[in-house]
Design a protein around this ligand. Sequence first.
Ligand code: ATP
Length: 132
Amino acid sequence: MAELFTLQIITPDRIFYDQPVEMVELTTTEGQMGIYARHIPLTAVVSPGILTIHQEDGPREAALMSGFIQVLPEKVTILAEVAEWPEDIDENRAKEAKARAERRLKSGSPEVDMARAEMALKRAIVRLEVSK
Ligand code: ATP
């Protein structure tokens, strides 16, 4: 059995998660990360992706959009701007956001902020994946 460490995830309006876990997987601007206990200390910037929390009783998924992660050997803290459990996600809203972002990206219009549309598309895809 893997050694446990404390994972705390704080969003602007709640303590989203605060429990001992075996491993956590998430996406950062540096790429995919999988963190076990006793990881070397580091900080990173969170990118939109699926957060997988490996609890002793099995894995749990959430959508994690942006924020910062601080890794210490016995504690990992994520300050998230937006984090959602599957049941928090409005699937229709995410489908609409996906269609809107795709329309903007296809338009080629100089008025469209392509980087912003790409990030919106990523968030929508993550939400649809997690809510499945
Ligand atoms: P939208 O264009 O639909 O607002 P977005 O990706 O721009 O989507 P965010 O900026 O990531 O939205 O989030 C803004 C707020 O709206 C957050 O509180 C987030 O939890 C909530 N939110 C966004 N999309 C959804 C969804 N599909 N279901 C539930 N909550 C959502």
